[in-house]
Design a protein around this ligand. Structure first.
Ligand code: PHE
Length: 368
């Protein structure tokens, strides 16, 4: 505090201010000091406002308390009237000014630049990148949405009925050999639960819940009892597709698959269907695409065949309609199921599936 304020720490007698004029002059001095403190208050700084209020109105050590103690109390009865009146006026003024300043500080403090020093260097936040699997899923979803498919998801824990039986894979069917999986350990007598080996169970759930037309894709995680290596993982991702309606023929199937392949791998890409087998499609096919490395001429990527195997698909086997109460004479459709990791590996030229799961930022940062 400057000399001007120090006066409130001394009595009027010491200050030699006995007359009403001298007393008024001292109060004017104090008031001027308050004004300069108020004028210097930084806008929007509530902390500085609080400090100013405490300096003036603080009960223990505020200036006004000191004036009461040092000027008013020891004053003579005649002086007391003058001092008391001036002190009341000063107090009212201080309080009112502080109220106004507080409102101003709060209003400024709510503004976008409050408390911000624009001359400081900015804080650079490290932004993550979308995982290459997420990016691939997004792209696959975009393509199928654009031709009228909607996206649904389903449970990763399934009953054998949805994962196998209703897909026309009875208990001792050899197709189960390729889909060994993890079973949930449950108290004896509980119904069996397993981790789904493919997204196909959602074909059944969806058809149970809605009548045709059905046009869905199902992205999701699936599980198999596989030993990890550069192309196998015990957990990976698939996108299932299912379209069922009246009059869906092999033509619609082929057209949809070809459209997808061209959208995903480029307009020049050719598609080939090879006969295959799945218990829940008939006929079944493996969908191949002309190799993006050599355009069909033969190279290391396609093992000199010119073709790359993409995914399994086919026309929905009428036996499946029997499980969901669809009239197999009225409705027909196609289904497909593709591995998302496989699609991503092709797209980005990744040769080890394990890289997707190791979360090494040096790998992930390459997919901005
Ligand atoms: N579910 C099959 C698999 O995981 C893929 C598939 C889906 C095949 C739909 C045909 C139709 O191998």
């Amino acid at each position: 505090m400057t000399d001007a304020t120090a006066i409130h720490e001394q009595t009027l007698a010491v200050l030699g201010a006995g007359s009403p004029e001298a007393i008024s002059a001292r109060f004017a001095e104090i008031r001027a000091h308050f004004e300069s403190g108020a004028a210097g208050l930084p806008a929007g700084d509530l902390g500085a406002w609080t400090a100013l209020r405490n300096a003036w109105l603080g009960r223990a050590s505020g200036v006004l308390t000191a004036i009461g103690d040092n000027w008013l109390k020891p004053a003579t009865p005649e002086q007391k009237r003058v001092v008391g009146k001036a002190l009341n006026e000063l107090k009212a003024h201080v309080e009112q000014t502080l109220e106004t300043l507080k409102a101003r500080a709060e209003a400024a403090g709510a503004g976008p630049l409050s408390g911000m020093d624009l001359s400081l260097p900015g804080v650079r936040r490290t932004l993550g990148t979308r995982h290459p699997l997420r990016q691939t899923l997004d792209e696959l979803e975009r393509i199928f949405r654009s031709i009228g498919f909607s996206v649904v998801e389903g449970p990763e824990i399934e009953t054998p009925y949805y994962n196998f039986e209703a897909l026309n894979i009875p208990e001792h069917h050899p197709a189960r050999d390729t889909m060994d999986t993890f079973y949930v350990s449950l108290p004896k007598g509980s119904p069996e639960l397993l981790l789904r080996t493919h997204t196909s169970p959602m074909q059944i759930h969806t058809m149970e819940q809605q009548k045709p037309p059905v046009r869905i894709i199902v992205p999701g995680r699936v599980y198999r009892r596989d030993n990890p290596d550069s192309t196998h993982s015990f957990a990976f991702h698939q996108i299932e597709g299912l379209a069922v309606d009246t009059d869906i023929t092999f033509c619609e199937f082929k057209g949809t698959v070809e459209y997808f392949v061209r959208e995903f791998l480029g307009q020049k890409t050719r598609t080939r269907l090879r006969p295959s087998y799945f218990p829940f499609t008939e006929p079944s096919a493996e969908v191949d695409a002309s190799c993006f490395g050599c355009d069909g001429a033969g190279c290391r990527i396609c093992k000199q065949t010119g073709w790359i195997e993409l995914f399994g698909a086919g026309m929905v086997d009428p036996a499946v309609y029997g499980f969901v109460g669809y009239d197999a004479k009225r409705f027909s459709g196609f289904a497909f199921g593709m591995g998302v990791e496989r699609m991503a590996m092709m797209r980005y030229g990744i040769t080890d599936i394990q890289l997707f799961y190791q979360n090494d930022v040096r790998f992930l940062r390459q997919f901005e």
